[in-house]
Design a protein around this ligand. Structure first.
Ligand SMILES: [Zn+2]
Length: 407
């Protein structure tokens, strides 16, 4: 039986292979064409083999007042009281506790500290379950569901990953990978390395800090690869990432943009993601006003028109992700302000971002394999699931939109 060893490194740029001598020594490497969006969209595509307009996981938050974990705050009219960082945090903690049974997602329930409390109750998580949970996706089975159904065993190493890792915790992450030396190799082994994305946000992927981590990971992957060479006669190996990383050099302040036009951003229903702002209109007047203000950002980004939504496979069946979605291009992000508690800034400064359009220059992920890859410049995220299934001799479901990456 063929064994499959896959390694995932969140946010590894194609260009960063130069810091990883072992991985760079493979002749078979390609760029990964990412999805428009963040990890929520990328992981759903990787594990389901269908694009965002089918699996419908695009952003962490969607408009859904009826199911929002913050519904109670509005019902009790708590959101009409004046609030500060402390009272917001208390509301957030209570909501998290109330929803703890229901939410097992990788991101958990993020703290919406930069959003007005009065608007929290409009929003719910688009994805409530963890990737490996059988209820992760409503419409499509994931690679994990399909393997379980086919009674194929797999080993997940390094999952789940705590997204609040501090640089100090990183050593323990590597330990989990190093200490994985099973007596018997399962058909599929999946090593998950989540912290390169996080560290790249804080330091930039070309920083000395991240370069050192990449060198360390390269050594660990080499050890795992050699272990597989000894243990398994024939095995398929590939390492992949979901997107690149881009240094940002300017934060734009939407609040002042609206103010300079004589409007208040807080008067509208909106959601700011790092480089997107999404609006839901209460009436035509609002629609007009928002268009007028947002058009001042022309040249720094653009409104995702229905043509663009289709082009990037993120056209949705309803307005859950916004009536108007403005995309901000690199090297910009929207400023989120600071959380200052007891005189200390609590949110780290971000120097590098992702979530940009897949056709932005030098923003590709990477894939490296020990088998000859198709002669095409890109591998897509939806190709990951069919490729693993085919290596394990499991039929690829008809609905899969990706293809096997090897010749
Ligand atoms: Zn990230």
């Amino acid at each position: 039986m063929t064994h499959v060893l896959t390694v995932f490194i969140d946010g590894l740029k194609f260009e960063s292979l130069k810091y990883m001598p072992f991985l760079n020594s493979f002749s078979q490497k390609r760029k990964i064409w990412t999805d428009l969006g963040y990890s929520v969209a990328c992981h759903a595509s990787m594990y389901s083999g269908v694009r965002p307009n089918k699996h419908l996981s695009w952003f962490i938050w969607k408009y859904s007042p009826d199911t929002s974990p913050f519904k109670w705050i509005n019902k009790l009219k708590i959101d009409r009281l004046p609030h500060n960082a402390y009272s917001k945090y208390i509301c957030y903690r209570i909501s998290s506790l109330l929803a703890r049974e229901e939410v097992t997602a990788f991101t958990g329930i993020p703290f919406l500290w930069n959003m007005p409390l009065k608007d929290w109750h409009y929003f719910d998580l688009a994805e409530k379950r963890y990737w490996t949970d059988p209820r992760y996706m409503e419409n499509y089975p994931t690679i994990f569901d399909i393997l379980t159904k086919n009674s194929i065993e797999y080993d997940l190493v390094g999952m789940p990953v705590d997204t609040r890792l501090s640089p100090r915790d990183i050593r323990n992450q590597n330990r989990a990978l190093r200490e994985h030396n099973p007596r018997e190799i399962r058909p599929w082994t999946y090593l998950f390395i989540g912290y390169i994305d996080l560290m790249s946000h804080f330091y930039g992927q070309d920083s000395n800090e991240v370069q050192a981590l990449l060198k360390e990971i390269d050594k660990i992957v080499e050890q795992k690869y050699r272990f597989f060479e000894e243990q398994a006669k024939d095995f398929v190996f590939f390492l992949f990432s979901d997107h690149g990383h881009i240094k940002i050099n300017q934060e734009l302040d939407l609040y002042s943009l609206f103010k300079s036009s004589g409007k208040q951003l807080e008067d509208y229903i909106f959601f700011i993601d790092a480089n997107y702002v999404r609006f839901w209109f209460k009436n035509e007047r609002e629609e007009k006003e928002i268009h007028q203000v947002i058009s001042k950002l022309d040249g720094k980004g653009f409104i995702l028109t229905s043509d663009l939504l289709r082009k990037y496979n993120v056209d949705m069946p309803d307005n859950r992700y916004g009536d108007l979605i403005f995309y901000l291009d690199a090297p910009y992000i929207f400023g989120r302000g600071e959380i200052v508690v007891m005189g200390k800034r609590r949110n780290p400064v971000i120097v590098s971002m992702h979530g940009y359009r897949p056709d932005f220059p030098c923003y590709d992920g990477v894939i490296v394999s020990n088998k000859p890859l198709l002669d095409e410049p890109y591998v897509k995220l939806v190709d990951i699931m069919p490729s693993i299934l085919s290596s394990l001799d499991i039929p690829i479901p008809k609905h899969a939109e990706g293809k096997v990456i090897w010749k």
